[in-house]
Structures are given as structure tokens and as C-alpha cells.
Write a protein that binds this ligand. Structure first.
Ligand SMILES: Nc1ncnc2c1ncn2[C@@H]1O[C@H](COP(=O)(O)OP(=O)(O)OP(=O)(O)O)[C@@H](O)[C@H]1O
Ligand SMILES: [Mg+2]
Length: 219
């Protein structure tokens, strides 16, 4: 999740789901973003030579004006029933309402926030961190991780942003995703990058997957 758009939520969702499916997990995607339903569109492009991954519209929000407690309860209920049938439920978030972000944090075991390395993203992350801290005070401590997307270790800016996030007290995945055309192409083809010929993209995604798997197994 992220309160900002275009940071890589759907890219991460579809790629992680693919990794879990290949590793033999029963995994599904819950698409919250019902104005775009991009994960659902990805699924329609997916052929039948790759492991099947179900994508459910989980009706995150119904109006453009806000997210009500009733909608929150309905979302929680839907996700809970999915988690009875699937070992892993990955929610593809929508950058719309703060209230929706709160519900997403509450109903998840692990929250992953992909970001681009820009000051704007750090400011957004500060809001999310405050929200997480508030929820933790109320007894809902969650594992929250930042994923540096479009990362370039050669850029000083990227290093500075990394430091700013660490100073905020955010946990950052060791694995990062670079800016690669393979991510854009894979979405169009209904694939994860591990199913493409781009070895570098596949390797960095697999490394991220292993890191996440290790965190899950500790929980
Ligand atoms: N590491 C990457 N390298 C290259 N392109 C990327 C990468 N990550 C994401 N993209 C591209 O950036 C665009 C935005 O990514 P994506 O749709 O995953 O973001 P999002 O956070 O889901 O956006 P939205 O808020 O609109 O749902 C897409 O065109 C996607 O293909
Ligand atoms: Mg999206």
C-alpha cells in the first residue's frame, strides 16, 4: 500500500503473487483499487501455461468521497474469508483515502509500501509512519516495510532518501527493484518477471521474495 499513486503497488502485487505461486503456495490477489482494477486486468492477460492466480475485486471503496466504517468492516470480512481458502492473500492497494489505509494496515499481517526515491515519497511515508505508530499505541503492532522501487544505487539522491527513511524509523527491504522495462512488459503479458527472460529482473524479484518469505516464517 501507499497513499501515493504510480509507485509500483500493482507491479509488486502481481510479481510477488507469481513468486508465491511458483513456490507452491496457495496465493490470491485482492484488488482494492476498483476504479482501475489493474491486477484484474493483468489476470485477464495471463495465459494458461503459467500457474493460475485468482484475482478478486475486494470492493475497497464505493464512492469517491470517502471510506466508511461499514466499508471497512466489509473489506475486513472479505479478506478474512479469502484467508480461509488461501495461505497468502496479497492486497493491491489504492492511493485514495487515509481511512482505507488504516483499514488495510489493520487487516494485514505485513504491510509493504513501495516507493520511488523522491522527497515527495518520503513525506508520504512520514504520514504512513505516523498512522502505524498511532495504531501501535492502540495495540495493533504491524510489520511494515518500505520497498525502494526504481532504485539506482549510483544516485546520491537514492542514498539520501534511504537515510531519510531510516531516520524516520522505517524498515527497508535489503532487496530493491531497479527501473527495468521487464516490469512494464510483464504486466502487459500477464506475467511476473520471474516468468520472463530478463534474468536481472527475475533475480532481484526472487531475492525480494526470499526476504519476505523469511519474514513470514518468523511470524
Ligand atoms: N521497477 C520498475 N521498473 C520499470 N517500471 C516500473 C517499475 N515499477 C513499476 N513500473 C511501472 O510504473 C507504472 C506504475 O506502476 P504500478 O501501476 O505498479 O503502480 P501503482 O502504485 O499500482 O499505481 P496506481 O496508484 O495507479 O495503482 C507502471 O507503468 C509500471 O509498469
Ligand atoms: Mg495499481
Amino acid at each position: 500500500m501507499n497513499l501515493k499513486g504510480g509507485v509500483g503497488k500493482t507491479t509488486l502485487t502481481t510479481n510477488l503473487a507469481t513468486c508465491f505461486a511458483h513456490a507452491g503456495y496457495k496465493v490470491c490477489i485482492g484488488d482494492i483499487d476498483n476504479s482501475q482494477l489493474n491486477s484484474k486486468k493483468w489476470k485477464t492477460q495471463r495465459g494458461d501455461t503459467t500457474p493460475e492466480i485468482q484475482v478478486f475485486g475486494v470492493s475497497g471503496y464505493k464512492s469517491q468521497t470517502g471510506f466508511s466504517p461499514e466499508e471497512g468492516k466489509e473489506l475486513a470480512h472479505t479478506v478474512k474469508s479469502l484467508s480461509k481458502d488461501y495461505e497468502i492473500v496479497i492486497l493491491d492497494g489504492a492511493p485514495v483515502f487515509e481511512e482505507l489505509a488504516t483499514w488495510m494496515i489493520l487487516i494485514s499481517d505485513i504491510v509493504i509500501c513501495p516507493i520511488q526515491t523522491s522527497a515527495l515519497d518520503v513525506w508520504t511515508m512520514r504520514n504512513i509512519k505516523q498512522k502505524i505508530d498511532q495504531l501501535a499505541i492502540m495495540g495493533s503492532a504491524k510489520e511494515v516495510f518500505v520497498l525502494l522501487n526504481f532504485y539506482n544505487s549510483q544516485r546520491r539522491l537514492d542514498k539520501d532518501i534511504e537515510q531519510a527513511l531510516t531516520d524516520l524509523g522505517m524498515r527497508i527491504f535489503k532487496s530493491r527493484l531497479s527501473n527495468r522495462v521487464a516490469y512494464k512488459e510483464a504486466i502487459i503479458d500477464g506475467l511476473g518477471v520471474v516468468e520472463t527472460k530478463d534474468r536481472k529482473a527475475a533475480e532481484e524479484m526472487q531475492a525480494l521474495f526470499e526476504e519476505i518469505k523469511a519474514i513470514i516464517s518468523q511470524n
